[in-house]
Design a binder for this molecule. Structure first.
Ligand code: I85
Length: 347
């Protein structure tokens, strides 16, 4: 990845026209609007971020990732003063096909099949594969961030929002002489893979919803992320109930089990996922009609809740990891201090 981002310092107005009132959504860090490229007349999406090191990181990572066919493309980035604040304005290709599950829900006449689900999983997998190959963990792979380029049948599914993306360190932290590798915790050794494993868990949840229309873990109507649901997620308690799962292939269920493995160290890696027969030989996946479209339509009012629950679960995954590292650092620092003291007393 050699793409160098040239942030334009002149006014956005010279090239783009805001389409008034057209808000396309709210991101983690900023609002997304529709705008028009003055020269070509093309409609594009614009995300406004208040300038900060975090915003710069999002732009940088997203721009590098833009080279992948299954990631929303950044066309331009401006640095402008907007409402008296330094802002980064990210211009992206406009995805007019809407969100993944809305599209499946709208499928009424022809049934959504297991093979179609496999094709979608393969496409999302390609986006994750691209990112992980370059040591980027997205950490916010969820239904609202999967958009189609257009309403047509030929539309391409793409991943967006790099607000939580992280470049996972490949530089061997053990090279720094803070501690000897003999007593380093496995979590420290695997911190790179921990961040990537969040994306793999997301893949499992999305695959589950694609195949039946409801999520694997959900609170009993109402309370978002109830204590009961937390317990079910932690212990990996989910089932493949009838009738929705009766006709789904065993291959698909096995793959979901490998993705929803509770121990992140034992969870499938993206390379393993992409070489799974269900993904690798998509054209041999049975064209079994699924309940997904019907369930998504019947449970439409529940959808906001499903989204909230997944967002919350992802945020917990990101926090937990920080805690882990912090406590370990703390322990190691103590050891370091002790050793220094000993060394000093010996001098
Ligand atoms: N086009 N998460 C949900 C949108 N084109 N959308 C979200 N973070 C982002 C919005 C809230 C994703 O970084 C988001 C981000 C970027 C986009 C984005 C990028 C490019 C779009 C937050 C649309 C769109 C445009 C026209 C029509 C329609 C949608 O959202 C539809 F047909 F669906 F109504």
């Amino acid at each position: 990845m050699t793409a160098i981002l040239d942030i334009k310092k002149y006014s956005l107005d010279q090239e783009y026209e805001l389409i008034p009132g057209e808000v396309l959504g709210m991101g983690i860090n900023g609002k997304v609007f529709a705008c028009k490229h003055k020269v070509t007349g093309q409609k594009r999406a614009m995300k406004i971020l208040q300038d900060s090191p975090k915003a710069r990181r999002e732009v940088e990572i997203h721009y590098r990732a833009s080279q992948c066919k299954h990631i929303v493309k950044i066309v331009d980035v401006f640095e402008n003063i907007y409402r008296e604040k330094f802002c980064l304005l990210i211009i992206m290709e406009c995805m007019t096909g809407g969100e993944l599950f809305n599209r499946i829900q709208q499928r009424a006449e022809t049934a959504f099949t297991e093979r179609e689900a496999a094709i979608i999983m393969c496409d999302i997998g390609k986006a994750i594969e691209f990112l992980h190959k370059f040591n980027i963990a997205h950490r916010d792979v969820k239904p609202e961030n999967l958009l189609y380029t257009s309403p047509k049948d030929t539309a391409v599914l793409k991943l967006t929002d790099f607000g939580f993306a992280k470049v996972v360190s490949t530089t061997n932290s053990l090279a720094t002489p803070c501690y000897t590798p003999y007593y380093v915790a496995p979590e420290v050794l695997g911190s790179e893979n921990y961040d990537k494993s969040c994306d793999m868990w997301s893949l499992g949840v999305i695959m589950y919803i694609l195949l039946c229309g409801f999520p694997p873990f959900y609170s009993y109507r109402g309370l978002a992320l109830s204590p009961g649901m937390k317990k079910r997620i932690r212990s990996g308690q989910y089932t493949f109930p009838s009738p929705e799962w009766s006709a789904v292939s065993e291959k698909a269920k096995t793959l979901i089990r490998k993705l929803l493995t509770t121990d992140p160290a034992k969870r499938l890696s993206i390379t393993e996922f992409m070489s799974d027969p269900w993904i690798q030989t998509v054209d041999t996946v049975p064209q079994t009609p699924l309940y997904s479209a019907r369930v998504l339509k019947e449970e439409e009012e529940q959808w906001v809740e499903v989204q909230n629950e997944m967002a919350h679960a992802l945020s917990e995954m990101r926090v937990e990891h920080v805690k882990q590292i912090k406590t370990l650092d703390h322990v190691n620092n103590k050891l370091l201090k002790k050793r220094k003291k000993r060394q000093q007393s010996q001098e």
